[in-house]
Design a protein around this ligand. Structure first.
Ligand SMILES: [Zn+2]
Length: 392
């Protein structure tokens, strides 16, 4: 019998690190796995290792050969003059996404995990699969962008299309627009991309407008729900529920791939959305429900952005797994019961955290300052919701 859920993780994904000062920090994966183990929601036996799962050929389903060659070369040859020219050509010279030694292997390991997660679900070995190191949604076929070198989500989706012919709904809840995935499938009617994010007027990558709807046969299989800066929980969740439920009912996917960037939290240093842990408890609950309603449970969840690595990411990413596995803790939280974080986890990590760690799974209403323009923001988001679903 298929197990309910598989957790895919390889320590090699921690080699995906741009430097000590860079906000994309693989320590957040360690913090999350450690938290899940501490609450007895994850054992070493449950963790599957996807090492060398993906052949390099799979990368060329999405990425251009000259780009792959450049990434490999820059992974090994990090100091020559040639490398800086090459890096500039392929988006690997920026402060955001600088090349580093071992970059190709680390990024390939992440792609392996997402493809392995897709296979686990598509073969029926598990209903759900979770790969927290994945979700590098900004990478383009021919260049790196926004901390992303290889687009593991796009490769996994291409692989699903090629190997199983299934219709894929990609759902991206990162605060940044899921641009890389959107553009790869912009003309594909069998891959529907949905992204909810802070409007590109104020935030990287500056795209994800409501009028981006796909081209050619793919027209109508691309949805964007841009949100006003300082959007809070209730308006975020209303925007998500109102639009996503219409999209999935219209598209009728065979499988859901979700990206769980958790950078829409008020504590996140890189964005201006003002949500709490409430949305990170509800997002997986909604996706879990929709997967059982529409796709026979087939659901692949990936990580993504998240730059408050101590206070936000471990709780948010753990909630995806707790919800996916129907863990009692997720059920208690859903009922509004107060749930404390384990003391041992808190004491292990508190000295490393630049901020005082929260003591509970959910934020208290007093933890996050309410926004003064709430009504105006809610109304603007509501008007946008209507535009997103007007053709459905
Ligand atoms: Zn992000």
């Amino acid at each position: 019998m298929a197990s309910d859920a598989i957790f895919i993780h390889h320590n090699g994904s921690s080699g995906y690190k741009f430097g000590e000062e860079h906000p994309f920090d693989p320590l957040r994966i360690t913090l999350t796995v450690d938290l899940l183990k501490e609450v007895n929601a994850l054992t070493d036996e449950q963790i599957e290792d996807p090492s060398s799962y993906t052949e390099e050929e799979l990368l060329s389903l999405v990425h251009r050969t000259d780009y792959l060659t450049a990434v490999k070369q820059l992974s090994e040859d990090v100091n020559s003059d040639d490398s800086s020219v090459l890096a500039q050509q392929f988006g690997l010279h920026t402060e955001d996404t600088p090349y580093f030694a071992g970059m190709h292997q680390a990024a390939l390991t992440i792609v392996s995990g997402s493809v392995a997660a897709a296979d686990a679900v598509m073969t029926g070995r598990a209903q759900h699969a979770y790969h927290i190191a994945g979700g590098l949604h900004h990478a383009f076929p021919d260049r790196a962008s926004g901390f992303c070198v290889y687009n593991d989500a796009a490769v996994a989706i291409k692989h699903i299309r090629q190997a199983y012919g299934a219709k894929v709904l990609y759902i991206d809840t990162d605060v940044h627009h899921g641009d890389g995935v959107q553009w790869v499938f912009y003309d594909d009617p069998n891959v529907c991309t949905y992204s909810i994010h802070e409007t590109g007027k104020f935030l990287f990558p500056g795209t994800g407008y409501v009028h981006e709807k796909g081209v050619d046969h793919g027209f109508g299989a691309c949805f964007n729900m841009p949100l006003e800066p300082y959007t809070e929980d209730d308006s975020w969740l209303e925007s998500f529920n109102v639009t996503l439920r219409k999209v999935i009912a219209a598209f009728q996917p065979d499988v859901i791939i979700s990206q769980h960037g958790c950078d829409a939290h008020a504590y996140d240093p890189l964005s201006h959305i003002h949500c709490s842990m409430k949305i990170y408890a509800e997002i997986p609950a909604i996706l879990h429900e929709l997967a059982h309603q529409y796709t026979n449970g087939r659901w692949v969840a990936l990580g993504g952005g998240g730059y408050d690595i101590f206070r936000v990411v471990p709780r948010a990413w753990s909630l995806v797994w707790l919800t996916m596995t129907g863990h009692p803790l997720a059920k208690a939280i859903a009922k509004g019961e107060e749930a404390m974080l384990p003391d041992r986890w808190l004491s292990r990590w508190s000295s490393m955290s630049p901020h005082q760690l929260p003591l509970k799974w959910m934020d208290d209403p007093t933890d996050i300052e309410p926004m003064p323009r709430r009504t105006e923001i809610t109304n603007k988001n509501r008007a946008m919701q209507h535009i997103v679903i007007q053709d459905l």
